[in-house]
Every structure is written in structure tokens, then in C-alpha cells.
Design a protein around this ligand. Structure first.
Ligand code: NAI
Length: 740
């Protein structure tokens, strides 16, 4: 069964997200709503969305729009009809009647419902119609969330369900997990319970919302929005509806009821319009005081807003064992939340799925957790867990595990897919080396380096791991959200604060040496980025021999924002790429000026389609929709390149002063128009010096080492500059750029 055309009915948040993502997969799609005006507006929203739902905005018109009265005949041609109308059973039933009357024989019809059981959705369908009907539950935002839950009914044509699963996996890049017809399926059943337990325990333990979010967040491998921040993001009113639906659907004996009771403070927030980020604020709000924006947080006891406090729990890494054993209120909170999540999730096996590791994967792909509940249990250790846990009577999974005490209970990972994922490979690979910033695994005849710091920020140790790992063919890849957000600025600023510039210089030199080594070592090096691939992260990628990029990347050289210039080979590589163009062969100023524009403005691309014209990615680099496939595709490249020979060293001819003067003129114009200020000029001049080739003329041939030296010297001058340091400190504290 091939899917060549799709109709999506309902053009709200989810329908438009699904249509956009089908467009990303080059599938012609029609988006229908009650009125064409509504679906047109939805298409405009897709175009303007941030982060963008489209890989390539120029394809927007591949999404056709219409209404369900005049344009319903489009359903006739569709191989798949996705229903994403409001969560009302009467409306959905009406639509199915229309669809099944019109659809092409054998076309798949699915619902995006988040809470209505398939037996209810399909109750009016004939057995023959049921064959082709299922639930396809996407997560918002559809382009970025990896999870797709598929729910079958008892009459389904299984071949068809499998081909739909394959389509969603290969063409749409989703982690498609087939699950049972139970309320909230896997992700929401466990995810919403986890949010509720995190919230109710915070009330119980008298934690402030900032404290709760500081624990139920990064230290647990959970996104930093935590629980209260996530509530605000989703909408406090919407969460209340979700809870009501769970209360209605779940049997009285389900432990969900313990944590789903209405909280008076939450009720009051909704009633007064504090529904979260879309409303007047929620648990957090931005308030204006003396003309300044102040982030405030709600005091759970008094219901008052007070300036939000930064909580430092002094733990950078996810280390569950230490976290739950802390002898303070944070440790107590972490243990009660984690243990209850583990207890609840395990009590649902096999009711919601017989594969417990599908639950972990649902949490990873649907909620961006680093580890699901069962992997958390594995990390804590079975014996440790049972030494601490109380009261799990009637929980078959835990009762059995308590008997076997099998630390290796987990077995395989990611059973829901046949793809050989990094997660699966890591289970059997040998950990050969590593440090606090990166892990080196050996699998068969190649190495894997996985960065392990916060946002995979790079430091000396990250470089050390990369350098050591080039004794075999190497794939640089990771499971966490970001490939690398760049050099660790905290690490750099710690040295700067101590006036220890020697250590910074040593680090940058080592960064350069390592990247050069990646490029020219005897074995091929492949980078397989996903998520943020910025600054130093980009420099690692760009100096690898091959790139296998996920379609969800944010890539670019952003150093100038913090008053620096790329010094790990970023300037050099961008010059090399632009010097290879036809235009550059005709005009020696072309490449330096282009790169000056790209790096000077710290341009970023949010997809490979945007990255190619900037030459952040090459046409020949692989671009992959399914993140799970990055490792397999990389491995194939290694196999195809068994006779790999490292490339010849690149030589450069640059115009020197004559083009530098042109760049300085550009800077002066920006300065005069008040688009940049004093330090902007300084940074720009350093960049101009590097990109023009410094003290050279076009007839002189320059080596890579020479350009590395220019980068290093400029970088060192800038990092010693107080104004660069101010920029870095400001960005570290606020996440925003300082324009000085
Ligand atoms: P929404 O309220 O944003 O959009 C619903 C759209 O359906 C509206 O544009 C409305 O005009 C249209 N509509 C209503 N009746 C219609 C009809 N008879 N024919 C055609 N269009 C009609 O809703 P949202 O959030 O996109 O939800 C859609 C479905 O997806 C629901 O079943 C919901 O439970 C589910 N869902 C929602 C998620 C979310 O995060 N919002 C996540 C996953 C699933």
C-alpha cells in the first residue's frame, strides 16, 4: 500500500502540524476545515511558525486548502485521510460517515484523538470499514516531536497497519509505536501522571515552584520547563480538561485518581485568566516593574507572585543515584517523584503495552525525557531501588523483579523499531574510554563518540575523547537533544575570570589540533548531528569527512553574538567552501565577503534546506528524516569507504588588506546607521582580519595552519576584551544577546 496523497480534516494546531510535516516529506496534502478561510489561516500560521514547522518554506503551496462542503471530493483521491477535528465524538462520528462514503476503496482513515478509545470512535463503522480505520496520535509540534502512537482495532488489516507504520517511520521520521486501546495510550498516560505527581509532591513537601522545576527537570533528564513551566506551556485550562477526561475514563482503582484531584489554587488561576503563557501568565508570569520585565513565580502557599528565584542544586549532570540519595528536601522530593512514576508505569504493564520499553521510548519521543521510568529504574539499580521502595503490593512487574533482583532485566532497547538505533547499539557496544564530557564506544570495527555534557557544550575533555577515538573509523553521534550548542562558555569564562588566558589558549589550540586530526586522520570520521549544531559543534561537524544530518537541526556559526569569532576552524572551513564556487574563481573578493556576511550576522539555518545555500551543509551531505536512522546511514558510509584516503590539505589564496578595507567600510556603515555599536566594530574587525587572510596578497598561498593561527590570535584578543566578557556573562545569565 503506497501513500501518495493525503487529506487532513481539521486545520487546528494538530491538523496544520500534520499537513506541514507531510509537506516536509514531499507528500501532496489537502487541508480541509469547516470554512476555507480557516484552513487558509492555518496555512499562514504554518508559514510564520517559530520554530518553523516547514523544512522548506517555499513549499508552502504544496499544501492545498479547502472546506468540507465544496472540496470533500478531494477525499476520493487520498490514500490516507487523517481526522484532526475537535475532540468531540459527535463531530468525529459525522465526519467518518462522510469520509467512508467518499474515500477510495482501501484508503486508510485515522483519527488524531488524544483520549477517545478506538472502540468508541469506530462504533458506527462496518467490519469492512474498521479494517482500514485506526488512531494515529501525533504530538505537538508535529515536526519536532518524535512520537507517533498507533492504535489498532480488532478488525484491522494488519498488513495495512504495518505499511502505515513503515511510512510514518521512514517518510515522516516518526518513532511509530503500536499500543493498546487504553486512555491516554502510553505517552500521556505516564507523562500526565508524572506531571501530576511532580506537582502534588511539590505541594506536599512545601517546595517552591522554582525548586520543584529545578529537580523535576535537568537533574532527572527531563526538559528544563520542569512541571510548572510545562503546565504554563501546555495551558493550565487544557491540562484541567485532560485530567477530567482521565478521571472519566480510568477505573476508580487506578492510582491516577490520587493525583488528579482538583487543586483550589489551580482552579482559581483558570478562573482568573491565568491559564499559562497564552493567558495572563500562570505559575510563572512576566511582570513589568519600573519599565523592566521581571520574571515572577507564584507562591504556592499564599498565591502571591514574587520575583522568580534561581535555584542551584549544584548538580550539572543527570545522576539519579546521587539525586535520590541526597540528604535534603530535594533528594526526598526526587525519590518520591521518581519512585512513584516507576511504580505507576510498571503497574500498567501489560495492560497498556506488553513491551515495557515502549513506555520508555514514548517518554523520550513524546516528552523529551532522556530516560523513561524503566531506564531510570535500571540506572538506580534494582537492588538499590528495592532497598528504598515501599508498598508495591499487587504490582506484578515489581513483585517479579523483587524476586529475581535481576540488574539486567532491561534487555534490548527500542524494540518497537527494526532500525539499528544508537540506543540499541550502545547496549552491546563496549565502552572503551571516556571522561566527564564524552563517552567512547567500540562497536564492531568502528568507534562512536557521544558527548555527555549539558547541551553537549564542548571543552578540553570533549576534544580529548574525539582525538583518542580516531584510532578507528569514527561516528560522532548522540542520543540527547542537541549535537552540540558550541564551546562551553562557562568553562571559558571560569578561566577568563581568573585571568588564566593561557588555559583558554591551550584549549583552543587543542580544539584546532583535534579538528584537523578529524579531517586528516587515516580513518573516516562521520558527524551525525541533530538539534543544535552551533559554533564549536558546527566546527566539529564541518571538519568531519562525512555528514549525516537529521532534518531537525539548527546549524550555524554564532560566535559573534558573544563577541567572539569561530576559532576551531569555522572561518577557515567556510572560506574553503565559498572559495570552491564559480563566483569565487572569477572574483577573489567574493568568498571572503560572503563568509563575512554569514559569520558576521551569526546566521543560522533551521533545516538542511536552509543550511545548503549558506554552505553550512553540502549538497552531498545526507539528510535524514528519522533520527533513529542516523547511525545506520553513517555505518553504511563507513562500509562504502573501506578504502578511505584522507583528503589533501586545502590551500588558500586570499586578497588581504584590499578586501579587509571593504569589510571595514561595511562595518562603518552599520555603525553609522546604529545597527552595531563600539564592540560590534571590534569584533567585526577581527573577523575581517581572519577572513581577508591577514597580512597577505592574493598571489601568496596560505596553509590551514596559518588560518588557524589567525583565528586563534583574534579569538584571544577578543576573549581578553572586557566587552566580550560582558557579552558572554550577559548571555549566560539571560540566554539573550548583549549589544554593546
Ligand atoms: P483545534 O481546536 O486546534 O482544531 C480543531 C479544528 O477542527 C478547528 O480548526 C475546527 O475549525 C475544526 N473543525 C471542527 N469541526 C470540524 C468539522 N466538522 N470538519 C472540519 N473541521 C472541523 O484542535 P487540535 O488541538 O488541533 O486537536 C485536534 C485533535 O487532535 C483532537 O482530537 C485532539 O484531541 C487531538 N490532539 C491534540 C493535541 C494538542 O496538543 N493540541 C495533541 C494530540 C492530539
Amino acid at each position: 500500500m503506497e501513500i501518495k496523497k493525503v487529506v487532513v480534516i481539521g486545520s487546528g494546531t494538530m491538523g496544520s502540524g500534520i499537513a506541514a510535516h507531510l509537506c516536509n516529506a514531499n507528500i501532496p496534502v489537502t487541508l480541509l476545515d469547516l470554512k476555507t478561510e480557516i484552513s487558509k489561516q492555518a496555512r499562514d500560521r504554518i508559514y510564520k511558525s517559530r520554530p518553523p514547522l516547514l523544512l522548506d518554506k517555499s513549499k508552502i503551496n504544496n499544501i492545498k486548502v479547502g472546506n468540507i462542503s465544496d472540496d470533500f471530493n478531494t477525499v476520493k483521491d487520498a490514500d490516507w485521510v487523517v481526522e484532526a477535528v475537535v475532540e468531540r465524538i459527535d463531530v468525529k462520528h459525522d465526519i467518518y460517515k462522510k469520509i467512508f462514503k467518499e474515500r477510495k476503496n482501501g484508503a486508510i482513515v485515522s483519527s488524531n484523538t488524544s483520549s477517545i478509545p478506538i472502540k468508541v470512535l469506530s462504533q458506527n463503522l462496518s467490519d469492512d470499514e474498521k479494517k482500514d480505520f485506526c488512531i494515529t496520535h501525533f504530538f505537538n509540534p508535529v515536526r519536532y516531536m518524535g512520537l507517533l502512537e498507533i492504535v489498532k482495532n480488532e478488525n484491522n488489516d494488519l498488513d495495512k497497519i504495518n505499511s502505515l507504520k513503515n511510512f510514518c517511520e521512514n517518510e515522516l521520521g516518526k518513532g511509530a509505536i503500536i499500543c493498546n486501546d487504553t486512555p491516554g495510550f502510553l505517552g500521556n498516560r505516564v507523562g500526565v501522571y508524572a506531571m501530576q505527581i511532580a506537582m502534588t509532591e511539590a505541594f506536599k513537601e512545601n517546595l517552591s515552584i522554582e525548586e520543584a522545576d529545578a529537580i523535576f527537570g535537568r537533574p532527572m533528564g527531563i526538559p528544563k520547563t520542569g512541571v510548572f513551566g510545562l503546565y504554563d506551556l501546555i495551558g493550565i485550562d487544557l491540562m484541567a480538561d485532560v485530567l477530567k477526561s482521565f478521571i472519566k475514563e480510568l477505573p476508580k482503582t487506578d492510582n491516577f485518581h490520587d493525583v488528579a484531584k482538583e487543586i483550589p489554587l489551580v482552579k482559581k488561576l483558570i478562573e482568573t485568566g491565568y491559564t499559562g503563557r497564552k493567558g495572563k501568565g500562570g505559575f510563572y508570569r512576566v511582570n513589568k516593574s519600573d519599565g523592566k520585565k521581571v520574571m515572577e513565580a507564584l507562591n504556592l502557599e499564599t498565591g502571591e507572585y514574587l520575583p522568580s528565584k534561581k535555584i542551584n542544586i549544584k548538580s550539572e549532570k543527570v545522576d539519579l543515584k546521587s539525586l535520590i540519595n541526597r540528604n535534603d528536601k530535594y533528594g526526598k522530593y526526587a525519590w518520591s517523584v521518581i519512585s512513584k512514576i516507576i511504580k505507576y508505569a510498571s503497574s500498567l504493564v501489560p495492560e497498556i503495552t506488553k513491551e515495557f520499553n515502549d513506555i520508555d521510548e514514548a517518554m523520550r519521543l513524546g516528552f523529551n525525557w532522556t530516560k523513561g521510568p524503566f531506564e531510570m529504574l535500571e540506572e538506580i539499580g534494582v537492588v538499590n531501588f528495592f532497598n528504598k521502595v515501599e508498598d508495591y503490593k499487587g504490582n506484578n512487574f515489581l513483585e517479579n523483579l523483587a524476586k529475581t533482583k535481576d540488574e539486567k532485566f532491561y534487555g534490548e532497547r527500542q524494540k518497537y523499531t527494526e532500525i539499528e538505533t544508537l540506543g540499541k547499539v550502545k547496549k552491546t557496544a563496549v565502552s572503551v574510554d571516556g571522561n566527564s564530557s564524552a563517552e567512547i564506544y567500540r562497536f564492531k570495527d568502528y568507534n562512536i563518540v557521544e558527548f555527555t555534557t549539558k547541551a553537549n557544550a564542548l571543552d578540553y575533555d570533549s576534544m580529548d575523547a574525539l582525538k583518542k577515538a580516531t584510532d578507528k573509523p569514527l561516528i560522532i553521534i548522540n542520543e540527547s537533544m542537541q549535537f552540540s550548542a558550541g564551546v562551553n562558555l562557562n568553562y571559558t569564562m571560569d578561566f577568563a575570570d581568573k585571568n588564566d588566558f593561557k588555559s583558554i589558549e591551550k584549549f583552543i589550540r587543542y580544539f584546532q589540533i583535534t579538528c584537523k586530526h578529524l579531517k586528516y586522520s587515516d580513518h573516516p570520521v562521520i558527524s551525525a548531528p541533530s538539534g543544535l549544531t552551533l559554533g564549536g559543534g558546527f566546527e566539529v561537524m564541518v571538519q568531519s569527512n562525512f555528514v549525516v544530518s537529521h532534518t531537525n537541526i539548527v546549524v550555524g556559526l554564532v560566535e559573534t553574538i558573544v563577541g567572539l569569532i569561530p576559532a576551531g576552524g569555522g572561518c577557515k572551513e567556510m572560506l574553503a567552501r565559498w572559495l570552491d564556487t564559480e563566483e569565487a574563481k572569477k572574483n577573489p573578493h567574493y568568498a571572503p565577503l560572503k563568509v563575512f556576511d554569514i559569520i558576521g550576522y551569526a546566521k543560522t539555518a533551521t533545516s538542511p534546506v536552509e543550511a545548503e545555500p549558506l554552505k553550512y551543509l553540502k549538497v552531498k551531505d545526507k539528510k535524514i528524516m528519522n533520527r533513529n536512522s542516523l547511525l545506520g546511514v553513517s555505518r553504511k558510509i563507513l562500509e562504502e569507504n573501506r578504502d578511505f584516503k584522507s583528503p589533501n590539505e586545502k590551500k588558500f589564496n586570499l586578497p588581504g588588506k584590499i578586501v579587509k578595507d571593504e569589510m571595514i567600510k561595511i562595518l562603518e556603515k552599520l555603525y553609522n546607521n546604529k545597527l552595531i555599536f563600539d564592540h560590534g566594530i571590534e569584533v567585526g574587525k577581527e573577523l575581517a582580519n581572519v577572513l581577508s587572510g591577514g597580512d597577505t596578497t592574493i598571489d601568496k598561498t596560505l596553509s590551514e595552519d596559518y588560518l588557524f593561527k589567525l583565528e586563534l590570535d583574534s579569538f584571544m584578543r577578543l576573549i581578553k576584551n572586557k566587552k566580550t566578557q560582558e557579552r558572554i556573562k550577559y548571555t549566560l545569565a539571560t540566554g539573550k544577546p548583549l549589544i554593546n
